[in-house]
Design a binder for this molecule. Structure first.
Ligand SMILES: Cc1cc2nc3c(=O)[nH]c(=O)nc-3n(C[C@H](O)[C@H](O)[C@H](O)COP(=O)(O)OP(=O)(O)OC[C@H]3O[C@@H](n4cnc5c(N)ncnc54)[C@H](O)[C@@H]3O)c2cc1C
Length: 471
C-alpha cells in the first residue's frame, strides 16, 4: 500500500527553479494549487507582469489530495447556505458551480488537456430517516432552479433515499492544472516560500528567505492564509480532514456522496475505486486513528484492499460560501471552498483576474470575503478556545516513543522510531500551537490550523511556512 494520493503517484512532479533574485511585478500569485494556477491561466493574455511562487511543487497539496469530482450536488452545502442566507443566495451559489463546471469542460476542450475527464451522473444519498425530508426539500429547490433529479437505487452503499443529477464530471486534478500551465508565458518559481508581506505606500513587498518581490497586487492562493489579523480567518472558518483510499476493483463508472457526516464519497478512476469515509474537524479531539480504522473497516466490508491511502484537509466557512475577492486595497484571496474547491477554485481564478483587469463579474458580491454573516460569534469563540488551548496547554501525545524536552531553552519533541531519534521544535511556527504526532502518516500535525511537518520537521502543509527541524 502506498501512502500517497493516486493523483500524485500517476504524474511526474514539475521542476521549476527556485526564485534566485529580487523581482518587481504587477501581480504576485502565492500558491500553485487550483486557485493560483487558474488565476495565472486567466491572466495569460493580459499585458500584466505576473509571477507565481509555490512553496513545494505545483498541485501537490490539497488539490492533489482531493477526489477529483466536478459536481454541483455538494452534500448538504446548499442547505447550509439556504439556512445561513436564503434561497436566492443559494441559487446564485448553485449557478456559480454549474458555470464553473461548464468553464472547466470548455477549457479542457480548448486547451486540449488530457486529464481523464469523464461525464458521469452524480448521486447523493442518505441512510438516516430524519434526512429524507431534508433531501426531498433539496430536490424541490434543485427542480425550482431548473435541475432535473432522478430517484435511484445503488447497492454500493446502504441508503434510504438516493437521487442523481446529470452534467457532472470526474477528472484527474493534477493533470488538469498541468494542462493549464502548458502555454503560459509567465515565470513560475517552485520551492519558494513567502514568509512575510508588508504594505508600503501603493505596493506590497513579499519576502522569501533571501529575496524580495515588489508587487502592485498580491493574490493569496495559499489555501489557508498564513497571516491572521485583521482578516480573522481562524475565527471565520474551521478545518475538515478525511482519509481516502484507492483500491483496484472492477466497478462501473460512479460518483456518489452522502448528504451529511459521516461523509462517504465514492468515485471510479480507471480500474480503481476511490473511497473517502468520515470527516472530522481539526481540533484537540483528533480522530485520525478512528477515522482511518473506520475507512479500513468499510473497505473490508466491500472486500477490497487499499492500494493507496492518503488524507486531505479543506477549509470550511461559517456560512458555506467561499471567500473570494479583495481583503485589502490590492490584496486578493481565494479560499474556504468547503471541500468543493475544484469548481470554486477555477471560477475563483476568473473572478480574481476580472478584478485585476477591472472587468465586471457577476459573482464578486456573492463571494465577497468581507461579507456579513461569515463571522458568527459562537464559531469565533469555539475556534478561539481551541487555538488558545492548543497554544497554552498543547495536547500531549501519550506515545512511548515520544519524549518532551528542552534544548537551548526551547521546547522540543524527540521521536524515537527504533532506528534513530528525530528532534523537532514543539510549537507550530504559524501561531504557536503545540504539535501532535500523527501515528498513521508519521507526521507532526498542528491541531489548530492544519499545518503539517514530516518526521524531521520539514513543512509539508501550510499555513506554516517554516520548518521545525531542531538546529
Ligand atoms: C478529502 C477532500 C476531498 C476533496 N475532493 C474534492 C472534489 O472531489 N471536488 C472538489 O471540487 N473539491 C474537492 N476538495 C476540495 C479541494 O481539493 C480544495 O478546495 C482545493 O483543491 C483547494 O485548492 P487551493 O488552490 O486553494 O489549495 P492548494 O491546492 O493547497 O494550493 C495552495 C498552494 O499554496 C502553496 N503555499 C502555501 N503557503 C505558501 C507560501 N507561504 N508561499 C508559497 N506557496 C505557498 C501550497 O504549497 C499549495 O501548493 C476536497 C477536499 C478534501 C479535504
Amino acid at each position: 500500500m502506498k501512502e500517497i494520493s493516486i493523483w500524485k503517484d500517476t504524474v511526474n512532479e514539475t521542476n521549476y527553479q527556485k526564485l534566485n533574485e529580487d523581482k518587481k511585478v504587477d501581480v504576485l500569485i502565492i500558491g500553485g494549487g487550483i486557485t493560483g494556477i487558474s488565476t495565472l491561466y486567466n491572466l495569460k493574455d493580459s499585458n500584466l507582469k505576473v509571477i507565481l511562487v509555490e512553496q513545494n511543487r505545483l498541485g501537490m497539496s490539497v488539490t492533489g489530495n482531493s477526489t477529483g469530482k466536478l459536481s454541483y450536488l455538494q452534500n448538504d452545502l446548499l442547505d447550509k447556505i439556504r439556512k445561513c442566507h436564503n434561497d436566492e443566495i443559494a441559487s446564485k451559489y448553485l449557478k456559480s458551480q454549474r458555470h464553473a463546471i461548464r468553464m472547466i469542460k470548455d477549457t479542457i476542450k480548448k486547451e486540449n488537456i488530457d486529464c481523464d475527464l469523464e461525464k458521469v451522473d452524480s448521486y447523493l444519498y442518505t441512510n438516516k430517516d430524519n434526512e429524507i425530508k431534508k433531501m426531498e426539500d433539496l430536490v424541490k429547490f434543485l427542480n425550482n432552479n431548473g435541475i432535473e433529479t432522478k430517484n435511484i437505487n445503488n447497492d454500493i452503499v446502504d441508503s434510504k433515499y438516493m437521487i442523481s443529477v446529470s452534467d457532472t464530471y470526474l477528472f484527474h486534478p493534477i493533470k488538469f492544472i498541468y494542462g493549464l500551465i502548458k502555454n503560459i508565458k509567465f515565470p513560475i518559481y517552485e520551492q519558494t516560500s513567502i514568509k512575510n508581506i508588508t504594505k508600503e505606500e501603493d505596493y506590497y513587498i513579499a519576502y522569501t528567505d533571501k529575496y524580495k518581490i515588489k508587487a502592485q497586487w498580491i493574490v493569496m492562493a495559499s489555501h489557508y492564509p498564513y497571516f491572521n489579523l485583521p482578516y480573522l480567518f481562524p475565527i471565520k472558518s474551521s478545518l475538515e480532514k478525511s482519509y481516502l483510499s484507492a483500491s483496484k476493483k472492477d466497478i462501473d463508472k460512479i460518483s456518489l456522496i452522502s448528504y451529511s457526516n459521516p461523509f462517504i464519497s465514492i468515485r471510479s478512476y480507471k480500474d480503481y475505486l476511490i473511497y473517502l469515509s468520515n470527516s472530522h474537524t481539526i481540533n484537540k479531539d483528533t480522530f485520525d486513528l478512528e477515522n482511518y480504522q473506520e475507512l479500513m473497516r468499510k473497505l473490508n466490508v466491500l472486500d477490497v484492499a487499499p492500494d493507496y491511502v492518503w488524507s486531505n484537509i479543506d477549509i470550511i466557512t461559517n456560512d458555506g460560501i467561499p471567500y473570494i475577492g479583495k481583503i485589502d486595497d490590492k490584496l486578493l484571496i481565494g479560499t474556504g471552498y468547503n471541500t468543493w474547491g475544484l469548481a470554486s477554485g477555477f471560477i475563483c481564478g476568473k473572478i480574481l483576474s476580472d478584478i485585476l483587469l477591472d472587468k465586471e463579474n457577476s459573482y464578486i458580491e456573492l463571494f465577497n470575503p468581507k461579507r456579513k454573516g461569515s463571522l458568527t460569534i459562537l464559531s469565533g469563540i469555539k475556534d478561539a478556545i481551541n487555538s488558545v488551548d492548543g497554544y497554552i496547554k498543547g495536547y500531549l501525545d501519550k506515545n512511548d516513543n515520544i519524549l518532551y524536552d528542552k534544548k537551548d531553552g526551547k521546547d522540543v519533541i524527540i521521536y524515537d522510531d527504533g532506528k534513530e531519534k528525530h528532534i523537532v521544535y514543539q510549537h507550530c511556527p504559524h501561531l504557536g500551537c503545540k504539535l501532535l504526532f500523527n501515528e498513521i502518516e508519521k507526521t507532526w500535525d498542528c491541531p489548530c490550523h492544519g499545518s503539517r511537518f514530516d518526521l524531521d520537521g520539514k513543512c509539508i502543509s501550510a499555513p506554516a511556512n517554516k520548518d521545525i527541524t531542531y538546529k
